[in-house]
Design a protein around this ligand. Structure first.
Ligand SMILES: [Ca+2]
Ligand SMILES: [Ca+2]
Ligand SMILES: [Ca+2]
Length: 201
């Protein structure tokens, strides 16, 4: 159901990194009680036990209960030692920080994680669209997609893709728009995005 470019690059990587984060967080042992746990159980696809475990890890990494962008970049970059993940981490941070106040609360984190790990295809596609729509105006432009692609290539590093050419990200963007921009108006809407992704399977 998910097109190859998503499977191969952004999506699986995002999911696997989020999974890594979960495993990493679960190893921690600090004990705290989450607030509003029942509400979160209703809002996510995690069990009470999972939420408690995630919360302990979250509070361990971030005792204040809030992750700012710098902390997020530091944690995220650990998974990509061969490349520079800071730009991609910036976009990812903004996708988690739904109210755009510069910090991710535990609630924001688990709601995003629930979509990435256990959401329906449509929920995951909505999440991915929001990630690519950098200025959150409801349209993905070529400029936005180019920034995203470049950040992914930077993150993967030349060690992973030794023969990456400089024009590779823009070729990737052209392919994306050929597939996605169905009415050829130069921008991709959520409707175009979901329709195309669900057909390309
Ligand atoms: Ca926030
Ligand atoms: Ca946009
Ligand atoms: Ca369009």
């Amino acid at each position: 159901l998910v097109p190859p470019y998503l499977t191969s690059s952004v999506f699986v990587k995002t999911v696997s990194v989020s999974t890594c984060l979960v495993y990493d967080l679960e190893l921690s042992t600090v004990r705290h009680q989450p607030e509003g746990l029942e509400q979160l159980q209703a809002q996510t696809k995690f069990t009470k036990k999972e939420l408690q475990s995630l919360y302990r890890g979250f509070k361990n990494e971030c005792p204040s209960g809030l992750v700012d962008e710098e902390t997020f970049k530091t944690i995220y970059s650990q998974f990509f030692p061969q490349g520079d993940a800071t730009t991609y981490a910036h976009f990812l941070f903004n996708a988690f920080d739904l109210d755009r106040n510069g910090s991710i609360r535990f609630e924001d984190f688990v709601i995003g994680l629930s979509v990435l790990l256990r959401g329906s295809v449509t929920e995951k596609l909505n999440w991915a669209f929001n990630l690519y729509d950098i200025n959150k105006d409801g349209y993905i432009t070529k400029e936005e997609m180019l920034l995203i692609m470049k950040s992914i290539y930077d993150m993967m590093g030349r060690y992973t893709y030794p023969c990456v050419r400089d024009e590779a990200p823009s070729e990737h963007v052209e392919k994306f728009f050929q597939k996605m921009d169905r009415n050829r108006d130069g921008v991709v809407t959520i409707e175009e995005f979901i329709e195309t992704c669900q057909k390309v399977s």
